[in-house]
Design a protein around this ligand. Structure first.
Ligand code: NDP
Length: 287
């Protein structure tokens, strides 16, 4: 058996086109474009690349992109003051503070300071609470994109067995909540889980969000399962170059799975597309 490749790039392009249509309608109705402001503290090169691509995608969708790049030594109080200004700015519909923040800043306090109605990363405790309660709110972008890919592959997932590997607040926990809300039977695995292979072997849906290259072995996968690989791991090659690989042993898993996402080109593009969708939803809700 050879898995169907889930084309996250194509699905993300379609979602971005839908958002652009929604943005045009919003401009007609409200006389202004939705605005997304990204805040970056410090000079981590990977974060700078993410912030740059978020800005570009925002403009391409017809929205207003704002950016604040602050030095690594920025004091927490100054960052909180900036967030208060953005909360009060009617032209800003979405606020995203790029993580990780420098160690001297308490990221929980920063996230809690963002107006939940503008929290397009879906990390504010109000939004995580709404998600767990199964009520509408802003949902973290990566798991939201994963759910779209899963539902496109499998259709209705009611009653399906799902195993999510990784319990971060950014990916694993909200993923488990989304799958639960869609009536899957969910196991949330993590570093203390016993017999991970045994859990994965029962799963119709596997979401791997760990950050360890190739840790999910191909022979763990139930034949025909839908495998979503969130991991982004840069590994060195013998020729001195490097490449990105996921948390799943792709070659072996695709021989057993029914559907599988590639890395890159699977979950990654969905994350930015869902950020744009969240910004449009936030703008609509505020209008
Ligand atoms: P975290 O480091 O926050 O969480 C990793 C999770 O994996 C933890 O819950 C940890 O368990 C668990 N874990 C670690 N080792 C094992 C193990 N041996 N067996 C089972 N579980 C284990 O990572 P994130 O959730 O932020 O990210 C995960 C991956 O996804 C990374 O590669 C990241 O780069 C990628 N990512 C990709 C995105 C995209 O857009 N495609 C977006 C966000 C992340 P414990 O809690 O017990 O420590």
């Amino acid at each position: 058996m050879s898995a169907v490749l889930i084309d996250g790039k194509a699905r993300a392009a379609a979602l971005r086109a839908e958002v652009a249509v929604g943005v045009a309608a919003f401009v007609t109705a409200h006389g202004r474009a939705p605005g997304l402001t990204v805040v970056l503290v410090g000079d981590d090169p990977a974060s700078a690349v993410y912030v740059g691509s978020k800005g570009k995608a925002t403009r391409e969708a017809g929205m207003i992109s704002g950016e604040h790049r602050l030095p690594a030594a920025t004091q927490e109080a100054d960052l909180l003051a900036l967030i208060a200004r953005l909360n009060a700015d009617p032209a800003v519909d979405g606020i995203l503070v790029q993580m990780p923040l420098p160690g001297h800043i308490d990221s929980d306090r920063v996230i809690a300071a963002i107006d939940p109605a503008k929290d397009v990363d879906g990390l504010h405790p109000i939004n995580t609470g709404l998600l767990v309660s199964g009520r509408p709110g802003l949902v973290p972008c990566t798991p939201s994109g994963c759910l779209m890919l899963i539902q496109e592959a499998l259709g209705n997932i009611s009653g399906a067995e799902a195993v999510v590997i990784g319990r971060s607040i950014l990916v694993g926990k909200p993923m488990a909540a989304l799958l639960t809300n869609a009536s899957a039977t969910v196991t949330l695995a993590h570093s203390r889980t016993r017999d991970l292979a045994g859990h994965v072997a029962r799963a119709d849906i596997v979401v791997a969000a760990v950050g360890i290259p190739n840790m999910v072995q191909g022979d763990w996968i139930k034949p025909g399962a839908c495998v979503i690989d969130v991991g982004i791991n840069r590994v060195a090659l013998p020729d001195g170059k490097s490449r990105l690989i996921g948390d799943v042993d792709f070659a072996a898993a695709s021989a057993r799975a029914g559907w599988i996402t590639p890395v890159p080109g699977g979950v990654g593009p969905m994350t930015i597309a869902c950020l744009l969708a969240n910004t449009l939803s936030a703008a609509r809700a505020r209008a």
